[in-house]
Ligand binder design. Structure first.
Ligand code: S3P
Length: 174
């Protein structure tokens, strides 16, 4: 496995971050998130970056992060933003797992949280539900193209999905 990294890819709200933390705990690896890295690099929230600089600027930041991941990161669980696949060559960074779910199942998941409103508010591309629904259908074939492994996530909690990945990739503790 290239660099021994595991990349968790999928649409906004599918649960990449929670799964990354669950996998990190279970396999004693480190988990990082590309949105967190961009927020640290910029010292401002994603929402602010979109408002102040626009989406194209944000995508450039993602490209910078992807170059750094490729060069400098190994043995790590990496959760990526929903549009990060556009940096290209994801498989050069690690083993890409597509967490597949329907739009309705994603909305159900988000609304199950006490802080559902803030989970929606912090995501600029999740403000208009009609546009978001189109975006997931547009991206689904692209996610499939980038993926080494596809996992269905609807109705499963992160502990269950983590176990599935550990079995599938035969991940031993680090
Ligand atoms: C985006 C997804 C977000 C974040 C940004 C853009 C996208 O990350 O990177 O708001 O284009 O799908 P999450 O998938 O973690 O919500």
């Amino acid at each position: 496995m290239k660099n021994n990294n595991i990349i968790l890819m999928g649409f906004m709200g599918v649960g990449k971050g929670s799964l990354a933390r669950e996998l990190a705990k279970k396999t004693k690896r480190i988990a990082i998130d590309t949105d967190d890295l961009i927020e640290s690099m910029e010292n401002r929230k994603i929402k602010k970056i979109f408002e102040q600089e626009g989406e194209a600027y944000f995508r450039e930041r993602e490209k910078k992060i992807s170059r750094w991941l490729k060069k400098s990161v190994s043995d790590t669980i990496i959760s990526i933003g929903g549009g990060f696949y556009q940096v290209g060559n994801l498989q050069k960074i690690g083993h890409v797992i597509y967490l597949e779910s329907s739009f309705d199942a994603i909305l159900d998941r988000i609304s199950s949280f006490d802080n559902a409103k803030s989970k929606l508010k912090k995501r600029p591309l999740l403000q208009d539900m009609k546009k978001a629904k189109n975006l997931i259908s547009e991206r689904h074939p692209k996610y499939l193209e980038c993926a080494d492994t596809v996992i269905q996530t609807a109705g499963k909690d992160s502990a269950t999905i983590a176990e599935e990945i550990i079995q599938l990739l035969k991940l031993a503790d680090k």
